[in-house]
Design a protein around this ligand. Structure first.
Ligand code: B12
Length: 210
């Protein structure tokens, strides 16, 4: 798998879409779409991010890699499963920052696992709180890319509490992976490291709500 990831990363960094696509197709022959995304796409993007941090990759390469992977993921992840479950009203959102991949993956996996989830796209704190209260949510999934956005979760939780809304807030994304206590500090109810975690957490919360 390591060689695979290195080749895929190489293709992304050289903006060789055809090669990246071919490698992704190969992975799809071996794994389910979500497993291919989590085993190939996610580690390759993480490595590119680290390389950028160390100065060996340009931001434009990071950006193009991200955009291209988004297109790959969009093509293969299933939109929904017809066998829907009894479930809490839930939504997913990118809070403040500009990225889509993490949220898109979590959203697709939630839906593929039978959950119906509102997709709020990207919102800032005030509009998110308004919408969550108006939709009478029970679970709010928040995805962030950078630390300043992660810190805004505190404001979301405070405002929801002030409005008397009983909404469980579940967070995920890079800043929470770097600091595994951050979710508690910002007042969230849970943190997930992957899309699979999101499903397990919502199932656990559902159990506690009954
Ligand atoms: C691609 C990328 C970008 C792309 C995003 C393109 C796009 N359309 O999405 C672009 C180029 C735009 C970008 C910009 C920036 N980036 Co950037 N970027 C990355 C990179 C390389 C990969 C992120 C990614 O998409 N990963 C793949 C996805 C699938 O992973 P994920 O988001 O983590 O999601 C998974 C899990 O976290 C989880 N998950 C995600 N959300 C949720 C939600 C819930 C509820 C649950 C349960 C789970 C869950 O499930 C997902 C699937 O496994 C990371 C490196 C890294 N280590 O993460 C840096 C990184 C996130 N970026 C970083 C920075 C600093 C920036 C910029 C500020 C750079 C700059 N100086 O301009 C800007 C900020 C833009 C903004 N204001 O939003 C830093 C953040 C550091 C920090 N602690 O805050 C990182 C970590 C790089 C680094 N090592 O420094 N970036």
């Amino acid at each position: 798998m390591e060689t695979y990831i290195a080749q895929f990363r190489d293709a992304l960094e050289s903006l060789d879409r055809a090669q990246a696509d071919a490698l992704f197709q190969q992975a799809l022959q071996q794994y389910s779409p979500i497993a291919a995304v989590e085993k190939l796409v996610v580690p390759a993007l993480e490595q590119i991010g680290t390389a950028w941090h160390e100065g060996s990759v340009a931001l434009s390469q990071v950006y193009m890699s991200g955009r291209f992977c988004e297109a790959l993921v969009e093509r293969v992840l299933p939109a929904s499963d017809p066998d829907r479950k009894h479930q809490p009203r839930s939504a997913i959102v990118v809070l403040s920052d500009y990225h889509d991949l993490g949220k898109r993956i979590v959203y697709s996996v939630m839906r593929a696992s039978g959950f119906e989830v509102f997709d709020y796209g990207r919102l800032d704190v005030d509009e998110l709180v308004e919408r969550a209260v108006a939709d009478r949510l029970r679970v709010l999934l928040i995805s962030v890319l950078i630390l300043p956005s992660a810190l805004k979760v505190r404001e979301v939780c405070t405002q929801l509490k002030a409005r008397g809304a009983d909404i469980k807030v579940v967070v995920g994304g890079a800043p929470f992976l770097f600091d595994d206590q951050l979710w508690r500090e910002v007042g969230a109810d849970a943190m997930g490291k992957s899309a699979a975690d999101a499903v397990a957490i919502v199932e656990r919360l559902m159990g506690a709500m009954q």
